[in-house]
Structures are given as C-alpha cells and as structure tokens.
Design a protein around this ligand. Structure first.
Ligand SMILES: Cc1cc2nc3c(=O)[nH]c(=O)nc-3n(C[C@H](O)[C@H](O)[C@H](O)COP(=O)(O)O)c2cc1C
Length: 193
C-alpha cells in the first residue's frame, strides 16, 4: 500500500552526521534522483528558487578549507572554538557527497523571501526522503559559514540570494538510527466552531 510506504519513509528518515557515516561512496545516479525529486517541491509563483551545488571528490577538501576559514573570519575571537574549526576542516571529507543548498531570489522580488526559503526547505525534504528510500542518511548543517554571504558567493549566488546550509549525504556507519518526537497532540489545536 502506498500510504504504508509513505508513512514508513517519512518516519524512517534520519539525520546522521558525517563522522558517523560509513567510508563508502554513493552512486551519483541516486544523487541525480534526489535532485530531480527536489525539483518537484511546491513553489509559490513557480519561481523554483532552489539551487544546489554538488561537491564530490577533491572538491570536498577545498570546500572544507573554505568552511573552516570562513568560520574563523566570521567568528569574534572570544567566541572562536578550535574544535569547531577543526571539525569544519574535516567534515566535508567524511561524507562522500556534500550539497550546498541555495535560494535564488526572483528578480522582481514579488514572492516574499519567506516563501522562497520555505520552498527550498520542501525541496530539501524531498531529497532527504529520496535518500532514505535508498538507505542513505543525510545531515543538514546550518553553521555560520554554511549560511554566510561568503558561502552564497562560493556557490555562484549573489547578495540578493541566500545560502541555506550544507546537506551531507552518505551511508550510516552503524545500524539505522532510531528517532524520537514529542506527541503531536501537544502541537495541534483543532477548531471546529
Ligand atoms: C533547517 C535545518 C537546519 C539544521 N541544522 C542543523 C545544524 O546546524 N546542526 C545540527 O546538529 N543539526 C541540524 N539539523 C538537523 C537536526 O539536528 C535533526 O533534524 C534533528 O536532530 C532530528 O533528527 P532527525 O532528522 O533524524 O529526525 C538541521 C535541521 C533542519 C531542518
């Protein structure tokens, strides 16, 4: 039954950080399928604002260096953490594929920026669910470097656009992780009159 499959897929989708990913490559045809499904996200005014830059191979080490240096540049000395800097200089090499997530602002700016960002989030969820169907996990990272103007420019976007983070994709190193959520009933109000 389709509904059972959808329920299972949505609930099985998991975040796994790069350091917990397996040392195993990902077939790029799966990444293509994830991107094709991202493209079917809902979009106000059909602006299709999602933009993706896919880093594989050696491009990941350049990305890692860029992230660490951008973190250093943007972080005041008293808030700077050496372990965070070192983590950033390694993370991209621990995942076989890293996808930079961007939002391209419509030239007329008619559609509100919030809607454009929400459309991109829908596209990322489509990617993550497609990854799950292939037994892949992922990690959406939104650290200071990953959402910076520097990151936007690094991926060919302009100051009108937004970098919305990095999406690390790989196979889990351990068993498939379990998730947890608080009850939905505490987050919903039903109004009928
Ligand atoms: C927009 C967005 C940004 C996120 N950024 C981070 C992040 O910067 N660091 C982090 O540890 N997790 C980040 N996450 C992932 C969450 O930690 C993760 O979704 C949460 O722990 C629930 O786990 P699950 O995805 O396996 O259900 C982000 C998730 C979303 C939707």
């Amino acid at each position: 039954m389709l509904v059972d499959s959808v329920n299972e897929l949505i609930r099985k989708r998991r975040t796994v950080k790069p350091k917990m990913m397996a040392n195993r490559g990902v077939d790029l045809s799966i990444i293509q399928e994830m991107l094709a499904n991202a493209n079917w996200a809902p979009t106000h005014g059909l602006t299709e604002p999602w933009r993706f830059t896919v880093f594989t191979g050696d491009a990941r080490s350049k990305l890692a260096e860029f992230l660490a240096e951008t973190y250093k540049k943007l972080t005041p000395p008293d808030a700077f953490k050496q372990n965070k800097y070192e983590g950033m200089s390694k993370n991209a090499m621990l995942a076989p594929v890293v996808i930079a997530i961007g939002m391209k602002r419509q030239a007329s700016r008619k559609i509100p920026e919030l809607d454009e960002i929400q459309a991109v989030a829908c596209a990322v969820q489509n990617m993550h669910l497609t990854a799950t169907a292939h037994r892949l996990c992922a990690f959406w990272s939104t650290n200071v470097a990953a959402v910076s103007g520097e990151m936007a420019r690094y991926t060919g976007l302009t100051d009108d656009d937004r970098a919305l983070g990095l999406f690390y994709v790989g196979y889990p190193g351990d068993d498939w992780p379990t998730g947890s959520r608080q009850a939905i009933e505490d987050k919903v109000r039903w109004i009928s009159e």
